[in-house]
Ligand binder design. Structure first.
Ligand SMILES: Nc1nc2c(ncn2[C@@H]2O[C@H](COP(=O)(O)OP(=O)(O)O)[C@@H](O)[C@H]2O)c(=O)[nH]1
Ligand SMILES: [Mg+2]
Length: 392
């Protein structure tokens, strides 16, 4: 967000250099703010004040829904393209990042389980630790029961066997049998369509950008649809992601344009170009919840006039824990969610949220975000994930 703001504030700041200088105390470093590489070409006039991700929808006035403008296709740029890292084995590579933030399991829990004499007080502590990890009340209790049983039956308490036991039980809870494959291949001569939804600020646009890179790394043809028309900066942000890897973005120049019509055009473009995948980014805020849900349903329906939407990914910010989960639930009522993307796992010690989400939503976590970097998105794998959780 910060980078984005800088990128699109740069022209403004440069243009108003003198004013900026006068406004600041003399010793405040200004150059630093202006340091990032040359600004991306801005095709949409920047709004006077970009809303921050924290702001709530309700304060925004309802935009006039003018007759659908023809969404514009941005041509592929003649710049040197980045080569995204392949996705295979990413979770293992990014494991340190996850392990560092998940010491609830790796330290607290293992130490408790490795004690010589585990009495009821210790079991209570184990349960509390599991609750802190965001596992959710029922799964925490279940896990404690399973562990109790095994400790009684097996009797061994050396750190290695305790670790192995915990690993087995956690893997079972994360459920390796769930189908976590993304539908991202052409079907019936049409591209796969993936729609990305979720609350404002959770990382939807970033995820679409990162996912486009994963697909490009696999030599797939991708088209992006900027159906977050709530503010121009959102389309700009997506276009920038696309440009870096030579992927086209279909967008509307008009703020507040009908997102469904952008989605429609994006899929239409994908079909015309015989693309493999069309990724549709959406807005996470609107004037009201009901309004947003209605709109998302419409985006999906209208896109499906061109090709079936085979995948709806719900993005959830892991750092918001059970709260975020409650908010996200609403989306499952508006659209048929087929997979979860859990972002910002690099910033939480609450890995249990994976289990809680899958249990409560009945949908598998398919991808996890492990940082703000362009390739910090990994396909979710139950065993690699648990290994990272309990790594020493
Ligand atoms: N640390 C971290 N930050 C992330 C991750 N994914 C997204 N973000 C950041 O979250 C902020 C909001 O992202 P954005 O994609 O604009 O959210 P959107 O409103 O849902 O589209 C940005 O600053 C992103 O860089 C992640 O996996 N880890
Ligand atoms: Mg966005």
């Amino acid at each position: 967000m910060e980078l984005l703001l800088i990128a699109f504030l740069v022209p403004v700041l440069v243009g108003a250099g003198a004013v900026v200088a006068l406004d600041r105390p003399v010793d405040e470093p200004q150059v630093k703010v202006l340091e990032p590489p040359a600004p991306e070409p801005v095709t949409v006039p920047a709004p006077v004040e970009a809303p921050t991700v924290e702001e709530e929808a309700v304060v925004e006035p309802e935009p006039e829904l003018a007759p659908d403008p023809e969404p514009e296709v941005i041509a592929e740029p003649e710049v040197e393209l980045e080569k995204p890292a392949p996705a295979a084995g990413r979770l293992a590579r990014l494991r340190a990042r996850l392990a560092k933030s998940n010491n609830v399991f790796s330290q607290g829990l293992l130490a408790l389980l490795a004690q010589d004499d585990i009495d009821e007080d210790v079991w209570d502590e184990i349960e509390e630790t599991l609750l802190i990890s965001d596992l959710g009340a029922d799964p925490a209790l279940e896990l404690v029961d399973r562990l109790k049983e095994r400790v009684t039956v097996e009797g061994t308490r050396d750190p290695e066997s305790v670790r192995a036991m915990l690993r087995e039980e956690l893997v079972a809870m994360v459920d390796p049998a769930m189908d976590r494959r993304l539908s991202a291949t052409r079907k019936d001569d049409k591209p796969a369509v993936i729609m990305v939804v979720g609350v404002n600020g959770v990382g939807k646009t970033t995820t679409v950008g990162k996912l486009a890179r994963v697909l490009v790394a696999e030599d797939r043809e991708v088209v992006l649809g900027a159906a977050d028309t709530f503010r121009a900066a959102a389309a700009e942000q997506l276009t920038t992601w696309g440009e870096r890897v030579g992927v086209q973005t279909v967008r509307s120049e008009q703020e507040g344009a009908d997102p469904a019509s952008v989605a429609f055009s994006a899929v239409e473009t994908g079909i015309a170009q015989e693309a493999d995948v069309v990724l549709v980014d959406t807005a996470g805020r609107l004037h009201s919840k009901a309004n947003l849900m209605e709109e998302l349903g419409k985006v999906k329906r209208v896109a499906e006039k061109q090709a079936p939407v085979g995948e709806v990914l719900l993005v959830i910010d892991a750092t918001t824990g059970q709260n975020g989960l409650a908010q996200a639930k609403v989306f499952t009522e508006a659209v048929n969610v087929t997979g979860i993307v859990l972002t910002k796992m690099d910033g939480t010690a609450k890995g249990g949220i994976v289990v809680a989400i899958q249990r409560q939503l009945g949908v598998p976590v398919k991808l996890i975000g492990l940082g703000e970097g362009a390739d910090d998105l990994a396909p979710f794998e139950a065993e690699a994930f648990v290994d990272a959780l309990i790594a020493s």
